[in-house]
Design a binder for this molecule. Structure first.
Ligand code: ADP
Ligand code: ZN
Length: 730
C-alpha cells in the first residue's frame, strides 16, 4: 500500500514536467507532504514543477538527495487523476512528463493568489456632499456589503473614478485587496429547462438516471442538427449538479460561442467556467484552481479541458463527438473523445457522446452494446431536414474561371429574391490552391515542405498550409524567370467569393475562413453577425459546418462534393458523409424549409447516393462491412509510426532497421507496412518516413509497439512518433 503522507525527510519520488525517463527521488520538506502534492523541486540549477508520485526508490546516495523546495498551495493530485494519466500514457505511448504537462496547463500554479483592489461601503461620512458622491454612496447602500472593482463602481454609479478615489480618502468608501481567483458562482439545476418533446424527454430521463446512479456508462446521443441534443444533455448536466458532482461539456473549439454559453447561463442561472485557447492566463489559473477545489461546477471547454484536476467529476459530454479536432495531432497524440471514456470509466462517471453524424467507431460500439444508443428522430418544431439534390457537373461544363454552375446560380438567385440567405461551401482556404507559371509549368512549392504554396490574396502572400511559411507572390517565375506569367489555378474560398460578387452583383457576399480573422473571437463574432442577417451569400470552409445556427439560410450549395472522396484515407467516405450532412444541416433551421445542392462529377458514387437518400443506417452498415472485411478500425487496430529528421538517408536507415526486426509485433500477429516516404515527405525541413502497424482487435498492441521501438536508439536529431488509432495519414 502506498502511504498517503510522507513525513519530513522521507524519500519521495517526484514526477516532473521535464523530459526525463523516470521520477526522481527527493526528501519530503519540513511539515511533510501528501501523496499527489504539487511541489517545486530543484533540478540542476533550476526549480521545476512536479507531483509527489510515490515513495522514493532509494537507489541513490541519501546524503546527496535534495529536498523538495516547497509544497504548492493547490489541492494534491487525486489518485484517480494519477491513474488516468498513467493509463492515458500507456494507451498513447506518451512519456509521463508530457502527460503531466497536459495536466498542468495553467501558469503560476504555485503563486500566492493574485490580488486586485475592490471597493465597498466605508465607515465614515464625507466632509462635503456632491451629486456625484451621493450617487456612489446611495448605490453602495443599496448593495449592502457587496464590493466592486473601481471600473464597475464608476460605471454603475455614473461617476468618474476620481470621485471614488476622493471618497476613499475620506473613509466613506473602503478600498480592500481581494483575491482574483474567485470561485465560480453556483449553478442552479432546479431552474426550469425547456418543455421537452416525448422523444427528448425519454432520452433526457435515460441519461439523467444514469448520471444519478453514479456508475460508469457511455451513451451515444444521435439526432439531426436541431433535434434538441443540447437540450437533452443539459438535463444530464442538471442531474449531475443535483447529485453534487461536476460536469464537463467538451466542444470543438470553434463551437464554443457566446450563443452557446448564453444558453447554458439561461438554463442554470450563472455562467459556467470557459476553457479554451483564447482564455487569458489569469482565467486559466482561476479555472484550474477552482475546478480542483470543487468551486467550478460546470466547465465548457475545448479538448484539453479533459485534463483539468476535477474534484468530483460525474459527467462528460462530448458534443459533435465525430469532430476530427478532438484528435490532437502534435505533441501528445490523443483523442479527447476516447480519453473521456477512459477517464469516466476510472471515475464511475457517465459519458454522453452527441452527434448528428457519429463516427463509425462510436456507431460500432453502440451496435455491439458497449454504448447505449439514443436517437432523436425529428428536428424540433417546424424545421425539417433539407431536401438534397445533386447537380451533375458532367452536364454543366464551365469556363476555367468559374465553379458555380448555372443551375446553382439560378437557385441562389431565387433565394436572394425571397430575401433569404444562401451558402456556398468549399473546403479550401485561400485564393487558389496552385500557382503555376504559364511559360514553363512550374508550380510554386514550399522550401521547407513537400507541399504547394497556396495563394492567399487577402494576405497578399503565398502560404504553406503545412508549416505556415509565407512568401510574397512572385511576379517572375522562380524557375524560368519569365515575367508576369504566374497564374492561379483552381478555386479557394477567396476566389469563389470573387465569382459570387460577379454572379450576384446586388448581394452582400461574406467569406468565412479561419485565416481571414485576427482571432477565434473575431471570427465567431463575424459568424454571429452573418447569422443575424449581415450577409446574403455566405462563402465558407469546414468551420461553418460546426454548430452555428443560421435561421434565414435556406440553400446550401456544395461546390465540390467529390473533394473528400479522393485520396486513400481510410475515413474518406465517412468524413465526406459527415461533412456533407452537416453542411446540409445548416439550411432551413427555422421555419423555412432548406435545400442542399451538391455539385458532383460522380452522382452515382455510393457515398453521394447515401447522402442523397439520407440513409444513414444504410451508409454505416455498408461502411462497417467494408472495414470489417479489410480488418481496419474499428474492426482492427492501427498505429502510425513516423520517423523524421534532417537527413533523409539516416531516417530511412532507422526505419529499415526497425522493419527488419518486427519480432515483438509478429508475436501478437501484427503486420508492419513500410517504411515509405510520408505523403507529405518533408515538413519544416524534416524528412518524414511512415510505417503502419495493423493488428487484430483484441491484441495488446501498445505493449508490443513499445518493445519493438525500444530496439531503436534515436541518434542526433532523429525523432520517432507513435500515433495510436491514427486519424490522419499525412
Ligand atoms: P441540437 O443540439 O440537436 O442541434 P438544439 O438542442 O440546439 O439541437 O435545439 C435546436 C433548437 O431548438 C434550439 O434553439 C433549442 O433551444 C430549440 N429546442 C429544442 N428542443 C426544444 C424544446 N423541447 N422546447 C423549446 N425549444 C427547443
Ligand atoms: Zn511549408
Amino acid at each position: 500500500m502506498t502511504p498517503s503522507f510522507f513525513d519530513e525527510g522521507a524519500l519521495v519520488a517526484v514526477l516532473t514536467t521535464q523530459p526525463l525517463d523516470r521520477a526522481l527521488d527527493y526528501k519530503a520538506p519540513e511539515g511533510g507532504c501528501h501523496l499527489g502534492a504539487f511541489v517545486e523541486v530543484p533540478l540542476g540549477p533550476r526549480k521545476v514543477l512536479g507531483v509527489v508520485w510515490g515513495p522514493g526508490k532509494g537507489d541513490y546516495d541519501y546524503t546527496k538527495i535534495r529536498s523538495v523546495l516547497r509544497v504548492l498551495d493547490v489541492a494534491p493530485m487525486r489518485t484517480e487523476m494519477r491513474d488516468f494519466l498513467k493509463k492515458a500514457a500507456r494507451y498513447t505511448l506518451t512519456p509521463m512528463p508530457a502527460m503531466l504537462r497536459l495536466a498542468t496547463r495553467a501558469p503560476g500554479l504555485g503563486d500566492p493568489p493574485s490580488m486586485h483592489k475592490v471597493y465597498r461601503r466605508g465607515p465614515d461620512a464625507p466632509d462635503r456632499m456632491t451629486d456625484a458622491r451621493r450617487r456612489v454612496l446611495e448605490f453602495l447602500a443599496e448593495y449592502g456589503d457587496l464590493s466592486f472593482t473601481l471600473k464597475e463602481l464608476a460605471e454603475l454609479s455614473g461617476v468618474t473614478s476620481s470621485v471614488i478615489k476622493g471618497l476613499v480618502k475620506q473613509g466613506a468608501v473602503a478600498e480592500e485587496d481581494s483575491p482574483r481567483d474567485l470561485p465560480f458562482p453556483p449553478l442552479d439545476p432546479a431552474l426550469p429547462g425547456k418543455e421537452l418533446t416525448e422523444d427528448q424527454a425519454h432520452a433526457a430521463r435515460h441519461v439523467a438516471e444514469a448520471v444519478a446512479a453514479g456508475s460508469y456508462g457511455t451513451t451515444l446521443l444521435r439526432g439531426v442538427t436541431g433535434s434538441g441534443k443540447t437540450e437533452v444533455y443539459l438535463e444530464a448536466v442538471a442531474a449531475c449538479l443535483r447529485a453534487g458532482r461536476q460536469a464537463l461539456v467538451l466542444l470543438p473549439e470553434i463551437a464554443l460561442t457566446a450563443e452557446f454559453l448564453k444558453r447554458v447561463e439561461v438554463r442554470f442561472g450563472a455562467r459556467p467556467a470557459e476553457w479554451h485557447s483564447g482564455a487569458t492566463m489569469t482565467e486559466r489559473r482561476r479555472i484550474w484552481r477552482m475546478v480542483g477545489q470543487g468551486q467550478a461546477q460546470l466547465v465548457i471547454g475545448a479538448r484539453s479541458a479533459l485534463f483539468l484536476p476535477y474534484q468530483n467529476l460525474g459527467l462528460i459530454v462530448v458534443d459533435e463527438e465525430h469532430d476530427t479536432s478532438y484528435k490532437q495531432e502534435d505533441g501528445v497524440l490523443y483523442n479527447a473523445r476516447d480519453m473521456a471514456v477512459l477517464r469516466a470509466s476510472l471515475l464511475g462517471a457517465q459519458v454522453v457522446l452527441s452527434s448528428a453524424t457519429p463516427s463509425l467507431e462510436s456507431w460500432a460500439n453502440a451496435e455491439s452494446g458497449k454504448y447505449t444508443r439514443l436517437d432523436l428522430e425529428a428536428r424540433f418544431g417546424p424545421a425539417v431536414m433539407p431536401t438534397m439534390k445533386t447537380i451533375d457537373m458532367r452536364a454543366e461544363p464551365l469556363p476555367s474561371d468559374r465553379w458555380v454552375s448555372d443551375t446553382l446560380k439560378g437557385e441562389v438567385d431565387k433565394r436572394l429574391a425571397a430575401g433569404e440567405q444562401a451558402m456556398l461551401f468549399l473546403n479550401r482556404r485561400g485564393y487558389a490552391p496552385i500557382t503555376l507559371c504559364r511559360a514553363c509549368g512550374h508550380q510554386v512549392g514550399c522550401d521547407q515542405c513537400d507541399a504547394r504554396m497556396v495563394e492567399h490574396r487577402f494576405l497578399k502572400r503565398l502560404m504553406c498550409h503545412q508549416c505556415g511559411e509565407t512568401k510574397p507572390m512572385p511576379t517572375t517565375c522562380p524557375s524560368c524567370e519569365a515575367e508576369d506569367r504566374m497564374a492561379p489555378v483552381g478555386p479557394g474560398v477567396e476566389r469563389l467569393g470573387e465569382e459570387a460578387v460577379r454572379l450576384f452583383p446586388d448581394a452582400r457576399v461574406a467569406v468565412l475562413s479561419s485565416d481571414m480573422y485576427g482571432s477565434a473571437r473575431a471570427l465567431k463574432a463575424e459568424i454571429e453577425s452573418i447569422a443575424a442577417g449581415g450577409a446574403d451569400v455566405v462563402i465558407g470552409t469546414q468551420l461553418v459546418a460546426k454548430g452555428h445556427n443560421f435561421p434565414n439560410l435556406t440553400l446550401v450549395g456544395v461546390i465540390d462534393a467529390d473533394l473528400g472522396l479522393q485520396g486513400s484515407d481510410l475515413r474518406a467516405a465517412e468524413r465526406t458523409f459527415q461533412l456533407m450532412r452537416q453542411v446540409a444541416g445548416r439550411a432551413g433551421r427555422a421555419e423555412k424549409p432548406g435545400t442542399a445542392m451538391l455539385q458532383t462529377f460522380q452522382p452515382e458514387h455510393p457515398v453521394i447516393r447515401a447522402i442523397l437518400a439520407g440513409d444513414e443506417e444504410g451508409f454505416w452498415r455498408a461502411e462497417a462491412a467494408e472495414r470489417e472485411a479489410a480488418g481496419v478500425p474499428p474492426y482492427g487496430r492501427m498505429a502510425g509510426i513516423i520517423l523524421s529528421g534532417p537527413d533523409v538517408a539516416q531516417v530511412f536507415d532507422a526505419a529499415n532497421a526497425l522493419a527488419r526486426n518486427p519480432a515483438p509485433l509478429t508475436r501478437i500477429g501484427a503486420q508492419v507496412f513500410g517504411p515509405a516516404p510520408a505523403p507529405i515527405a518533408r515538413i519544416r525541413g524534416r524528412h518524414r518516413v511512415r510505417m503502419l502497424v495493423k493488428a487484430g482487435k483484441g491484441v495488446a498492441l501498445q505493449g508490443a509497439i513499445a518493445q519493438w521501438i525500444a530496439q531503436l536508439r534515436l541518434k542526433g536529431d532523429l525523432r520517432l512518433a507513435v500515433d495510436i488509432d491514427p486519424q490522419s495519414f499525412y
